[in-house]
Design a protein around this ligand. Structure first.
Ligand code: NAD
Length: 445
């Protein structure tokens, strides 16, 4: 069976590579020629733990065994990708428009391409996160260009960047929303070796499950951040509060880390999208509006803390550790780093930065910053001559950093920790001026 993946980004590439690794014949198609060229040279265009390793294994097995039918092909030719394919995954981006609504232009484009080249029965599987009704729209567009029999299925993806290969291979659940029994059977069969429950639903329910899940997790993050803000005023420690809350299995431990809030390519856009989906169905989702507001405010509150500790921000030199929106990924989309650099530059701060994985050139190219950022390849070098260090991303190497070296490298021993990675008492003993988010001692700082 030939499986095609349209869009080889975080979701598409991981899906394609993992399905190939399970023994399927997979064709990964993308309009980005640079990406495809890199993949044809067996280099992953994104950083995702374990991905390069699987690519290497497939490459070796394809070349050594001289298999006639290759397990995986990377192409920018839509005809080669789609003709003869029995399962076609749509995994293109669904970015937000300025008004918070979902930009479906990439999905619509793909539907047209599928309609143009599909030459026999195929199940078109939508993995992109899309509003309720999109599968039907995709069906309509394909039908306009093609009179072959086909079905559209909704199969939202729940992988987390940074852990994508593991999440795709060992998911907690698989959701399959289908109308046709034939298509449902084919997709259930594709996932038969996965060791997790499969929930079969109608198409619309599957589409909504994805948004409801992400919005719920984002709500948990904004909730604990609100608790953190109250903790600071009342003199409690949010880490202890979260620990105590998480011991209750009805609440659960995850997504209770206070800090700079959620970021990345999914939560911010999906929360806004659900809010706007509700509005277009004449419902005001009041809770989500607050979730968004709280998340935006967390960065401003942190900038205020920096200002308070340094007296003023004007002409100050600040180092940021971490540009990625979370650890173990090179993705900086909607990262707190972007907002904070903008806030700092507006106040006349000179910024330096270090991140172990983010591509600095891309970071600059994709964000229109007011002034220059001094990027470094060594985290301690980035601290030289700086008035303060701000922790943005909780990378392990920051957690394990040599605190004495941080102190020696900085001009002033000031650390503002947006992810609560250091011990308050230890930092105090070492002579740091140190604040985190929602921790008891902030009250007197
Ligand atoms: P991405 O931006 O990393 O990748 C999208 C890819 O699609 C790009 O390589 C782009 O060049 C390609 N593309 C665009 N138009 C195309 C076309 N017409 N034909 C072929 N290729 C085309 O996006 P992503 O992060 O992988 O997300 C994809 C979808 O999955 C989104 O809807 C997202 O919300 C959802 N999702 C993402 C994650 C995540 O962690 N990134 C997790 C679950 C779900």
């Amino acid at each position: 069976m030939k499986i095609t993946i349209v869009g080889t980004g975080y979701v598409g590439l991981v899906t394609g590579v993992c399905l190939a690794n399970l023994g399927n014949i997979t064709v990964c198609y993308d309009t980005d020629k640079k990406k495809i060229k890199q993949l044809q040279e067996w280099k992953a265009p994104i950083y995702e733990r374990g991905l390069e390793k699987i690519l290497k294994i497939i490459n070796v097995s394809q070349s050594k065994k001289k298999i006639k039918t290759k397990k995986i092909i990377f192409t920018d030719d839509p005809q080669e990708a789609i003709r003869g394919s029995e399962i076609i995954f749509i995994t293109v981006g669904t970015p937000p428009k300025k008004n918070g609504k979902v930009n479906l232009s990439f999905v619509k484009n793909v539907a047209q391409t599928i309609g143009r080249f599909m030459n026999g029965y195929a199940v078109v599987v939508n993995k992109s996160t899309v509003p309720v009704g999109t599968a039907r729209l995709v069906k309509k567009i394909i039908s306009r260009h093609n009179n072959k029999n086909f079905d559209v299925v909704s199969n939202p993806e729940f992988l987390r960047e940074g852990n994508a290969v593991e999440d795709f291979t060992n998911p907690e659940r698989i959701i399959i929303g289908a109308e046709s029994q034939k298509a449902r059977k084919i997709i259930n069969n594709l996932y038969r070796s996965f060791n997790c429950p499969i929930l079969n639903t109608d198409i619309e329910t599957a589409e909504m499950i994805k948004y409801a899940s992400n919005a719920f997790l984002a709500t948990k993050i904004s909730f604990i951040n609100e608790i953190a803000n109250v903790c600071e005023k009342a003199g409690a420690d949010v880490n202890g509060v979260a620990k105590g809350m998480g011991m209750d299995s009805r609440i659960g431990k995850s997504f209770l880390e206070a800090g700079l809030g959620y970021g990345g390519s999914c939560f911010p856009k999906d929360v806004k999208a659900l809010h706007s989906i509700a509005l277009s169905n004449n419902y005001r989702f009041k809770l989500l509006k607050s979730v968004i507001q709280v998340n935006n405010d967390q960065k401003k509150l942190l900038a205020e803390k920096v200002k308070k500790l340094l007296g003023s921000l004007k002409n100050k030199k600040i180092c940021l550790w971490g540009l990625a929106f979370k650890p173990n990924t090179d993705d900086f989309r909607e990262s707190a780093a972007v907002d904070l650099i903008r806030l700092f530059q507006k106040e006349g701060v000179a910024t330096s930065a270090y991140d172990p994985k983010v591509n600095y050139e891309e970071f600059i190219n994709r964000n229109n910053f007011k002034s220059k950022i001094n990027f470094h390849l060594d985290k301690y070098a980035a601290l030289k001559n700086r008035d303060a260090l701000v922790i943005i991303t909780e990378w392990n190497e920051f957690k394990k950093a040599d605190l004495n070296k941080i102190k020696k490298s900085l001009k002033n021993p000031v650390v503002i920790d947006g992810r609560n990675i250091y011990d308050l008492e230890k930092m105090k003993k070492l002579g740091f001026k140190y604040v985190g988010v929602g921790r008891q001692k902030n009250k007197n700082s």
